[in-house]
Design a protein around this ligand. Structure first.
Ligand SMILES: Cc1ncc(C[n+]2csc(CCOP(=O)(O)OP(=O)(O)O)c2C)c(N)n1
Ligand SMILES: CC(=O)[C@@H](O)[C@H](O)COP(=O)(O)O
Ligand SMILES: [Mg+2]
Length: 583
């Protein structure tokens, strides 16, 4: 049998290799990951950091019989490549291709689907308990979790259970000192501290047999330790130290950028820039505007659960270090912390990706909305996010927020609108406010300028039409508007930006009901409970007898691909919608 990566069609091939072939294999695997990500994009640093661990795990354990769960799953590229998906790896994160995260339907080696962090210990503990009950206790159960993901509430809850159980679970703590941005918090300080004995004591006192730290790039040390772990029983924690981005110098130096660097030159790591990169993203509008508002309004404070770079809270944090907090991967805490700050008269801007706010739903209801506290949720990555896929699309927020009393929901159609909504939301206390905006570029170039107060809960007629009306929320409507300016020369189509799902502009909506025999609604979220269903309810109440059509997402999970591909797939391409409207 050959010994290079091209001959590894599954872990059984890896287990047949001579020990002396393993280090060259690690180098080959690392290079393979670099070249694949350089060409197609995706997560880089995390997978480079666990190359040796991945080989050691599949060499020592009998996967997929033994259950191996990768937390978040952004570090599982090596795992995918070694478990029969090497030749398909060029399709990673592409439309109809491999998922960028472990996925049960993709491979028996993906024991648990991931994407959101800190689920691995709970999941693997569930598997171990099930194994005991179902008399399948000859399996090994392993969770691999990063230092930042371990600091999240869910992981702590799972440790709390695991440590008091008899379950034979091995937790491997992959400690690289990084989240996407540098790791934060007391656990991070403990792990980085000089007295490693305290680390030992902390885990031991929670009921886990601790070992480590082991150099996570020393393949043979890892294999030796994993073999030893295989003979042990009960809850255990193996602490390994790794370097995020290992093996590609720029990725080791600039670990934040190379978490997911986009396309780059594989030999040097130099990132490829395009003209697109010079355009303004919604997150930039948020970041820059909040700094301006922070200068004017000393009550404004900023909170992010581990996404200072991704959400662009970073500039505010630099400008106002005393008025901002990165709380780590702790969405629930971020929301209730914001609630606490608001009780004392501060005005918290809590920047969270739409998909990650799902984790803090009760906190939004119980701690913020029920007490009508003025917290402004800045929900980035709303709508279809593209290649991260089903785990990350922000397509439920309109629905899950719409049913919460006191909540205002603003959806800017452009960068300028986002800027003005941010401005307006801090002019006075308004109870909870959610402003949701997508990943990527603003449709407008000239988003800067003097602030303008936006009438709260008021929509806007962008153009009147003679035949049909489109009632919309968000940038899709702005793109449609630009398209219609060119193609609907007879003004057949009216266009209404509702701007707020809540409070809904019922006066404007009634005007639409009174003026059009056919109305379309357009939103980039699930249709259940969003704009379309709200308009349908109002239409019924007002006795509207015309035709209603809804454009939004059906009751199904949307996979990964470019946003254009996904918009085409889901009927949300603005040009296709425009053509249909005019047909
Ligand atoms: C609930 C949740 N919040 C935020 C994120 C975004 N996120 C993805 S990876 C990551 C950092 C994870 O750090 P760590 O667990 O230490 O792994 P590393 O990247 O260092 O390997 C974050 C914050 C997420 N996936 N899930
Ligand atoms: C794995 C994870 O959750 C993050 O790395 C996420 O992929 C970041 O998404 P953006 O690229 O949209 O910031
Ligand atoms: Mg880390």
């Amino acid at each position: 049998m050959g010994k290079g990566l091209e001959h590894i069609n599954g872990p059984e091939d890896l287990r047949k290799l001579a020990e002396s072939d393993l280090v060259p294999l690690a180098e080959e695997l690392r290079q393979f990951i670099i070249e694949a990500v350089a060409e197609k994009g995706g997560h880089l640093g995390a997978s480079l950091g666990v190359v040796e661990l991945t080989i050691a795990l599949h060499r020592v354990f009998d996967t997929p019989h033994d259950r191996l769960v990768w937390d978040v799953g952004h570090q599982a590229y090596g795992h995918k490549i070694l478990t029969g998906r090497r030749s398909a790896f060029g399709t990673n994160r592409q439309f109809n291709g491999l998922s960028g995260f472990p996925k049960r339907s993709e491979s028996p080696y993906d024991a648990f689907g991931t994407g959101h962090s800190s689920t691995s210990i709970s999941a693997v503990l569930g598997m171990a308990l099930a194994g005991d009950l179902l008399k399948k206790s000859n399996r090994q159960h392993i969770a691999v979790i990063g230092d930042a993901s371990l600091a999240s509430g869910m992981a702590f809850e799972a440790l709390n259970h695991l440590g008091s159980s008899q379950a034979s679970v091995l937790v491997i703590l992959n400690d690289n000192g990084m989240s996407i941005d540098p790791s934060v918090g007391a656990l991070h300080e403990l792990l980085q501290g000089r007295d490693q004995h305290l680390v030992n004591q902390w885990f031991t006192s929670l009921g886990l047999a601790y070992s480590g730290p082991v150099d996570g790039h020393d393949l043979f040390a890892l294999i030796t330790e994993l073999k030893r772990q295989k003979t042990l029983k009960g809850p255990r924690l193996l602490h390994i130290k790794t370097v995020k981005g290992k093996g590609l110098p720029p990725a080791e130096v600039d670990q934040v950028t190379y978490h997911a660097p986009g396309k780059f030159e594989p030999r040097t790591g130099e990132r490829k820039r395009t003209d697109e990169d010079r355009r303004t993203k919604f997150q930039d509008v948020f970041g820059e505007t909040l700094v301006e508002l922070g200068q004017q309004n000393p009550k404004i404070v900023g909170i992010t659960p581990a996404m200072p770079t991704g959400s662009s809270l970073g500039p505010f944090m630099e400008a106002f270090p005393d008025r901002s907090w990165d709380v780590g991967i702790a969405e629930q805490h971020a929301v209730t912390l914001s609630a606490g700050l608001a009780t004392e008269g501060l005005l918290p801007f809590c920047a969270i990706y739409s998909t990650f706010l799902q984790r803090a739903y009760d906190q939004v209801i119980h701690d913020v909305a029920l007490q009508n506290l003025s917290v402004i949720f800045c929900l980035d990555r709303a709508g279809l996010v593209g290649q991260d896929g089903a785990t990350h699309h922000g397509v439920f927020d309109l629905s899950y927020l719409n049913c919460i009393p006191h909540m205002s929901i603003g959806v800017p159609r452009s960068g300028k609108e986002l800027r003005n909504l941010l401005y307006t939301s801090q002019l006075k206390e308004r109870g909870p406010v959610a402003l949701r905006y997508p990943r990527g570029y603003c449709p407008d170039l000239n988003w800067k300028g003097n602030f303008r107060e936006i009438p709260w809960g008021k929509g806007e007629c962008l153009r009147k039409g003679s035949e049909k009306a489109v009632v919309f929320l968000g940038p899709l409507g702005e793109q449609l508007s630009q398209w219609l300016e060119e193609h609907d020369v007879d003004n057949r189509i009216g266009l209404y930006d509702m701007r707020f799902l809540k409070p809904l502009d019922e006066t404007l909506l009634q005007e639409v009901f009174d003026s059009y025999a056919e109305i379309w609604t357009l939103e980039d979220g699930t249709l259940i409970g969003g704009l379309g269903s709200t308009v349908a309810e109002k239409a019924q109440v007002s006795g509207y007898s015309g035709q209603l059509a809804q454009r939004g997402l059906q009751d199904t999970f949307i996979e990964h691909g470019s946003t254009d591909e996904l918009n085409n797939q889901t009927g949300l391409s603005f040009s296709e919608i425009g053509k249909e409207l005019l047909s």
